[in-house]
Design a protein around this ligand. Structure first.
Ligand SMILES: [Zn+2]
Length: 245
């Protein structure tokens, strides 16, 4: 913890990169981990979602079933610590693989969060990008048995997440690349750095001369590149680090 505090003190512009481990402390399951949802239930691939109304119905039913979970989860100590580091001016951006919007709920401004895998709290038209609220889609689904098409352009509406097989969001990828190249410290929190291309950003920062610190419950395949690896819980560790900053 003293070593992480020292890295933060020496940094003038840090970036935080977060993965599923950040939110498991809020009670959100890690979908990809052993026992996670995607090991029990095949995810709906993007191509099927676009081409098959039945796949869209399955996907929406699953999303509605998750609504109770999503509505109950709240930011944890780790999210609050991250928000504190951003508010201090030390951290320029939070790049996240999570779709739960808990960084924003924890107090990080929208424009400082880069959501590589999107956001499950709302939906978007795949053609024109119009935002649609999940509750409105649910009401339509319950009345008509399927989700509505876009009211503006008739396009297919989908949760604002990036599904398996769906292209990565260009704007977010560009912002993540710029933030990674501009930082002098990349702090990875709760990511096993196994899902690419997202996991490439900490490695890009390191190759570009930034220091790399990884705080994760388990080892990652990229620990050998890191200046510091801490295998511990995020919330308590970050709180302690901020206490000695
Ligand atoms: Zn549209």
């Amino acid at each position: 913890m003293a070593a992480l505090a020292a890295l933060l003190r020496e940094s003038r512009r840090a970036v935080i990169f977060t993965g599923a481990g950040m939110s498991t402390e809020s009670g959100i399951p890690d979908f990809r981990s052993p026992g996670g949802i995607w090991t029990k239930m095949m995810p709906v691939e993007f191509q099927d979602y676009v081409s098959d109304p039945g796949a869209r119905r399955v996907s929406w039913q699953r999303r509605f079933e998750m609504e109770e979970t999503w509505s109950k989860v709240a930011p944890n100590d780790g999210h609050r610590a991250v928000a504190q580091l951003v508010a201090s001016g030390k951290v320029s951006h939070v790049i996240t693989q999570n779709i739960d919007a808990l960084h924003q709920a924890g107090g990080v401004a929208d424009e400082q969060v880069i959501e590589l895998h999107g956001n499950t709290r709302y939906a978007k038209c795949l053609d024109c990008g119009r935002r649609v609220e999940i509750a409105d889609i649910r009401a339509h689904f319950e009345a008509h048995g399927d989700a509505p098409d876009c009211a503006d352009c008739g396009g297919i509406v989908k949760t604002a997440t990036i599904s398996f097989g769906q292209p990565m969001p260009e704007g977010e990828m560009a912002r993540a690349q710029a933030a990674s190249l501009a930082c002098d410290l990349m702090l990875v929190l709760g990511s096993s750095l196994a899902v690419f291309p997202a996991a490439g950003f900490p490695l890009l920062a390191k190759r570009n001369g930034a220091r790399l610190a990884i705080l994760n419950r388990d080892q990652t395949p990229h620990d050998r590149f890191a200046d510091l690896v801490i295998n511990a819980e995020i919330g308590p560790t970050l709180r302690a680090v901020i206490g000695i900053l």
